[in-house]
Design a protein around this ligand. Structure first.
Ligand code: COA
Length: 288
């Protein structure tokens, strides 16, 4: 197995997004160029190049505040797998996170979890990825709650609402998603105008991705998901923590299927990250 010392790990900057995109396409993932460009610009990418100059592997560290950083896009092209490259890149990412004095978090696929466990990552909670074509049943917001489109002026208080409920400090991610696809961004407010939930979304290579969805209650979350899905073109993907039974039932009624899932994991303790009670959908495994 190649060790990190022998592995030629190179930085990947945002200008290289087109060159590394084929890695996520090969894996059948939904990211498009806009996703790669944002993640490489806001975070730090590391990867390996093959003898023909093409990228054979990638990994990424996205800071979510000073105390937490998200590791994602750990991809090794099929021809280069089982040679220690995935582990080597992950170690490089961990080094990066540790040197910033932060804790690493990630959402592991079934293929990724076997390389994260021996490195000390532990499970927080399971997440189901759901695919569905359209929202057939509209869900009304609970009494006293109104939904409206998010505007740029909402962003500072959106980040303040999000932080204690998710354990993530991610104003740049929220702003990027809200402004990139305004038609998919909705806020729920109570009678006093206080935020009681929100949903964001983005177009992807194969489907519209809905999330994050953060809300005071599951009823508000459902109203937000149904609103976002009725206002945007399908098909949709949404990553829902397994604990949320009402969201799951609604998705099943829309004909949604869940071919795979993720495990949220951390290396060390990140306050609030293990609590999915207000997190009804992820921004995505690549964004936290
Ligand atoms: C997951 C992935 C990055 C692993 O890359 P890799 O370079 O093959 O990983 P490594 O060679 O470092 O594997 C390290 C160890 O993990 C385990 N492992 C790796 N892939 C495995 C698999 N498919 N099944 C079981 N164990 C596996 C093995 O113990 C392996 O050591 P060994 O080859 O000496 O037995 C790669 O399979 C991949 O790109 N998969 C598709 C995308 C994906 O799921 N990424 C993870 C996102 S969380």
């Amino acid at each position: 197995m190649a060790s990190i010392e022998t592995l030629d790990v190179r930085p990947i900057d945002a200008a290289l997004c087109e060159a590394v995109w084929p890695l996520s396409v090969e894996a059948g993932w939904n990211q498009n160029l806009a996703d790669w460009r944002f993640m490489l610009g806001a975070g730090r990418g590391f990867g390996c190049v093959g003898p023909d100059g093409r990228w054979q592997a990638s990994s990424l560290v996205l800071p979510l505040g000073r105390k937490l950083a998200w590791i994602s896009m750990v991809l090794v092209t099929k021809e280069r797998r089982r040679g220690g490259v995935g582990t080597g890149l992950l170690k490089r990412c961990i080094e990066e996170v540790r040197s910033a004095g932060a804790v690493a978090g990630l959402d592991a696929t079934e293929q990724g979890r076997p390389i994260y466990l021996p490195l000390g990552f532990h499970d927080l909670y399971a997440i189901a990825r759901w695919h569905f074509d359209e929202a057939r049943d509209e869900v009304a917001a609970p009494f006293g709650v109104t939904l409206r489109a998010i505007g740029a002026a909402d962003l500072p208080r959106l980040a303040l609402y999000d932080r204690p409920l998710t354990g993530m400090e991610r104003p740049a991610v929220l702003a990027h998603l809200a402004l990139r696809q305004p038609g998919r961004a909705w806020i729920a407010e109570d009678r006093a105008g206080g935020i009681v939930g929100y949903v964001l979304g983005r177009e992807g290579r194969m489907a519209t991705s809905l999330g994050p969805v953060v809300a005071d209650s599951e009823a508000i979350a459902l109203a937000l998901i149904s609103k976002a899905a009725s206002a945007a073109p399908g098909p949709f993907i949404v990553d829902v923590p397994a604990a949320h039974g009402a969201v799951r039932s609604w998705l099943e009624k829309q004909g949604a299927v869940t071919p795979r899932g993720y495990m949220r994991m951390t290396l060390g303790d990140a306050k609030g990250l293990d609590d999915a009670s207000h997190v009804f959908a992820l921004a995505g495994p690549e964004l936290g």
